[in-house]
Design a protein around this ligand. Sequence first.
Ligand code: ADP
Length: 227
Amino acid sequence: MIVMKNVRKEYENGTDALNGINLEIEDGEFVFLVGPSGSGKSTLVKLLTGEISCTDGEVHINGFDLTTMRLSRMSRLRRTLGVIFQDFRLIPNKSVYENVAFALRVVGAKPKKIRERVEYVLDLVGLVDKKDHMPGELSGGEQQRVAIARALANNPRLIIADEPTGNIDPELSREIMQLLVDINAKGTTMLVVTHEDELVDRFSKRVVMIKDGKIVRDGTGGYYGHE
Ligand code: ADP
């Protein structure tokens, strides 16, 4: 679950990137975060992943209070959270299998658990057949599916996807978004940042729109809603 209360983020150069953000996302929800370039979407995502901290207000994720949290607890939060990026961020010289297994190794999972879990998540994204391939041998859509499998490796309660279809052909973008919807249907909370209005319109989900650092719309339906 995500709770943001009166969040403000001012960067060191004085830019007010977010101001007065109040947002609650319940466990199990699927939420699109939309808005024009420069509206504050990446800033919001970075606040949630703990990459930056807010200037004022409170941020809580999965029961962790990020505002007061010490670094030592950050790794525990990260295990409850999976992140997917526009540029995939796979390790280029490791196989598909190893890219996913790595996420489990860094948290100290046992070899048997790693084998079982990697097979399971690769099956979920339809890539078991390509587990020995290197990322460079895969299409953009396939690389993003590996990244999704990696994000799922530690069975997170929440996945944050930052423009997950930004580097993918339109036909495949739909498949990737459908995959995220299917994963959400199995219980993982999903926050998806996107500017692709056609995709947002296709899935009737909650849409949070930000503009100039403020939430200007929060409701179910298409990108622009039926205002
Ligand atoms: P979006 O992801 O919606 O394009 P951002 O969160 O990247 O928006 O940016 C919101 C505002 O904050 C913009 O005015 C941007 O120029 C500014 N900004 C983003 N990152 C920084 C930074 N590191 N330092 C200063 N200003 C920044």
